[in-house]
Write a protein that binds this ligand. Structure first.
Ligand code: CP
Ligand code: NVA
Length: 303
């Protein structure tokens, strides 16, 4: 494994190894010890979009492993693929640093970086996928439920980048995902077909949120307006009516169902404050595990 671009490009074995390494390193750091495997190594972090969790957790993970992270704002380098071609950025950075992490609009920017870079490239979110988030999520599920196999996730909302990565994680790790999204915002048929080829019946799309959450171990949601879609905000808020994760919807879910959200959460839209702050909400464990997973990923790719 040279790069980490999409969950569906990894084998189940690689994903399990990354999860095990994440837990191992979590225990090591909780015990106050350190792994200095990235001593002298440098990660360049390119961001076309804002970030709290991804940016800081990668930076801290590099520091934890005794490496250095450099944060690059697009304007610092004249934009990614604007002042110079993406393939030139990839080859120049490969002469300076030991790894490149990027958050971009177009997924093709990441794949082109990976094609031309001689160092590992990590997808820190594109319009298409968010694999590091999905891995932190499954780690969190495993910690809370003690297993992955057979777990049922109901995803309510937009069939977006987060939903797509989670769908592939479910297919690769033996979980079941039921998505309820309004017409026009559903997860694309190709992704569902690909996931079900990996594991038959792992991803299913239905219309009714109440039907999706029935029997679910996890109820997951994400923003209705992803980064880059701000102009569509008013239309989306209207179109997603009836797809809010709220107390009324949760009456159709098992009482113990855990609530997940990749954050940032827009309370009053895709989720109510009441549900986000409820005892079943595990969204800050998810956020913590972004750091847990980044450590393992960086050690695996750059160590
Ligand atoms: N969940 C997530 O990726 O958060 P950030 O956008 O803050 O990095
Ligand atoms: N779907 C959201 C996730 C943010 C972490 C977005 O792309 O903006």
């Amino acid at each position: 494994m040279k790069d980490f671009l999409s969950i569906n490009e990894c084998s189940s074995k690689e994903l399990h190894e990354l999860l095990n390494l994440s837990s191992q390193l979590k225990r090591l750091y909780r015990a106050g010890n350190q792994d200095t495997c990235l001593s002298g190594k440098v990660l360049a972090m390119l961001f076309e979009k804002p970030s709290l969790r991804t940016l800081i957790s990668f930076q801290v993970a590099m520091a934890d492993l005794a490496g250095t992270a450099i944060y690059v704002k697009p304007e610092d380098i004249g934009g990614i693929g604007k002042r110079e071609p993406v393939k030139d950025i990839a080859r120049v950075l490969s002469r300076y640093v030991d790894g490149i992490m990027a958050r971009t609009f177009e997924h093709e920017t990441i794949t082109e970086l990976a094609e031309f870079a001689t160092v590992p490239v990590i997808n820190a979110l594109t319009d298409r996928s968010h694999p590091c988030q999905a891995m932190a999520d499954v780690l969190t599920i495993e910690e809370h439920l003690g297993k992955l196999e057979g777990v049922k996730i109901a995803f309510i909302g937009d069939g977006n980048n987060v939903a797509r990565s989670l769908a592939f994680a479910c297919a690769k790790l033996g979980m079941k995902m039921v998505i309820a999204a309004p017409a026009g915002y559903q997860l694309d048929a190709e992704t569902i077909e690909e996931a079900n080829k990996i594991l038959a019946g792992s991803v299913e799309q239905i219309g009714e949120p109440a039907q999706a959450v029935a029997g679910a171990d996890i109820v997951y949601t994400d923003t209705w307006v992803s980064m880059g879609q701000e102009k569509e905000k008013q239309k989306r808020i209207k179109d997603f009516e009836g797809f809010q994760v709220n107390a009324e919807l949760l009456k159709s879910a098992p009482a113990g169902a855990k609530i997940m959200h990749c954050l940032p959460a827009y309370r009053g839209y895709e989720i109510t404050d009441e549900v986000a702050e409820s005892a079943n909400s595990i969204m800050f464990d998810q956020a913590e595990n972004r750091l847990t997973f980044q450590r393992a990923l960086l050690k695996r790719l750059m160590g």
